[in-house]
Design a protein around this ligand. Structure first.
Ligand code: NAD
Length: 470
């Protein structure tokens, strides 16, 4: 698989020929890395009707589905080098992170291949037997963002397929190639129409979500687009799962060993250049520890290797696209203009590519957008607090409630503080640990519903109650 080739869409189990395509840029060089097909309305119709037809038999045999998911796990792991190279070229992340994403993607398929799908018996006595059975919904639309395209696609495809649904996946127009390549690898492993991959822009996403055939919309991306997806679900009551933005706080307690936690907090904020929904996006630290923590974070920010993810030794790649780089730049400039201290970084790199220096900011004025909004980039604000209640209240401010963490020498105390945080996941002395068996979802504007674990699986089903009197 050459990155500079066009990678085809998969429709009805085969490569789809197209008349139009669009360029995908390497964010480290701004050079074209490949062409992605531009899905036409006719392609969309073909994918939808193939998925609907395939659903009839795909839902019948759980054994067939388990075997297919195992085979997908194998083929993805076997192609780790090819897929990681495409992912780094179009997304920007360092190759070792791209490899890890591909292997995690494989893990997700393997996990779901083995998950139990047993009906629940809620009554079994002299009066009646009542079974609760989960039934697949039908055609599922899976839409993903540009930060973690393969793994987030697997979060949707694997449980949807296991439960007997068929899937049409649409990656972001910034990062379509790795997903198209991954789905192309599954063509011989699945019946035609069970899994299709389409590429195109936001308009394609709108056409997919408002189409009458799908019964489930599983979306990861921004809150604004998520609201649009939710609206599209309303007229015909499509089931919806939304994983949206976040503004995760890391709350450091007063007993922490700064030297022991600084590096872990740093990487929780700067992996994938900060472009992670559940990255640490703001740090709250007791005032007497502020300087020590800021100094440690700033030292790390100055010393990490920023560069092309394809080059060995790179620790932080570029932002994925110019708009995102400019947004991060604007947020840091606004904080500086308002009087904040930019103690490390604070500017784009003077070279081709969408690079921004790893940045640490302190002494931010109240209401600073860098603290209150999702920056989704390598610029971390550190906020000093005097009372833990104030830090928790501040962390609960704003529209998001995805996840957060508490850092302390006393894990029990940290968990207690975490229980006051309004968010879907709280980590203690770590951040961003995700597993296929662990539900993940946001409170407030961070989303609707859950992915992963039994909860994520259930979201691809409707319940049927079977009541049999004795
Ligand atoms: P985005 O919302 O712009 O795009 C995401 C996907 O949705 C793309 O494929 C896009 O083409 C499509 N899309 C856009 N508008 C649409 C519409 N109206 N209808 C249907 N589809 C539409 O998001 P992005 O900029 O690619 O990703 C960044 C955002 O994603 C951040 O806010 C980040 O926090 C969030 N995110 C959340 C999670 C999570 O699990 N909560 C994970 C990763 C990223």
């Amino acid at each position: 698989m050459l990155v500079t080739d066009q990678i085809d869409m998969t429709i009805d189990g085969a490569a789809a020929s197209v008349d139009a395509s669009f360029e995908v840029l390497n964010p480290a060089t701004e050079q074209v890395v490949g062409l992605a097909p531009d899905c036409s309305p006719a392609h969309l119709e073909k994918a939808m009707s193939a998925a609907q037809t395939a659903f009839g038999s795909w839902r019948q045999d759980l054994g067939v589905r388990r075997t297919a998911l195992e085979a997908i796990a194998d083929v993805v792991a076997t192609h780790v080098d090819d897929l990681a190279a495409v992912l780094t070229a179009e997304q920007g992340k360092p190759l070792h992170e791209a490899r890890r994403e591909v292997l995690r993607t494989s893990d997700w398929f393997r996990h779901y291949a083995q998950v139990a799908l047993d009906p629940e018996v809620v009554q079994d006595d002299a009066t009646a037997r009542v079974d609760v059975v989960r039934r697949p919904l039908g055609v599922t639309v899976a839409i993903t963002p540009w930060n973690v395209p393969l793994a987030l696609a697997a979060w949707k495809i694997a449980p949807a397929l296991l439960t007997g649904n068929t899937v049409i996946v649409k990656p972001s127009p910034y990062t379509p190639l790795a997903t198209l390549a991954m789905v192309a690898l599954t063509r011989d492993l699945l019946p035609p129409g069970v899994l299709s991959a389409l590429s195109g822009g936001d308009e394609l996403g709108k056409a997919m979500t408002s189409h009458p055939i799908p019964r489930k919309l599983s979306f990861t991306g921004s809150a604004e687009a998520g609201a649009s997806v939710l609206r599209a679900s309303v007229p015909d009551f499509k089931r919806v799962t939304l994983e949206l933005g976040g503004n995760d706080a890391a709350i450091v307690l007063d007993d922490v060993d700064v030297a022991a936690v600084a590096e872990r907090i740093f990487w929780s904020g700067f992996s994938n250049a900060g472009q992670v929904c559940c990255a640490v996006k703001r740090v709250y630290v007791p005032r007497h520890l502020e300087s020590a923590l800021v100094d440690s974070l700033a030292d790390l920010a100055r010393s990490v290797v920023v560069g092309d993810g394809a080059v060995a030794g790179t620790q932080i790649g570029p932002l994925n696209n110019a708009e995102q780089r400019d947004r991060v730049s604007m947020l840091v400039d606004a904080a500086r203009f308002a009087g904040a201290d930019v103690v490390a970084g604070g500017a784009a790199l003077d070279r081709p590519g969408y690079f921004y220096q790893p940045t640490i900011v302190r002494n931010l004025p109240q209401g600073s957008a860098l603290v209150e909004q999702e920056q989704f980039g390598p610029a971390l604000p550190v906020v000093a607090y005097d009372r833990i209640e104030d830090a928790v209240a501040a962390s609960n401010g704003g529209k998001y409630g995805l996840s957060g963490s508490v850092w302390s020498g006393d894990a029990t105390r940290a968990a207690e503080v975490g229980s006051s945080m309004d968010c879907g996941t709280v980590w203690v002395n770590t951040h961003g640990m995700l597993n296929p068996w662990q539900p993940f979802g946001g409170h407030k504007a961070s989303g609707l519903g859950l992915e992963n674990g039994r909860w994520g699986l259930d979201a691809f089903t409707d319940i049927q109650v079977r009541y049999t009197p004795r």
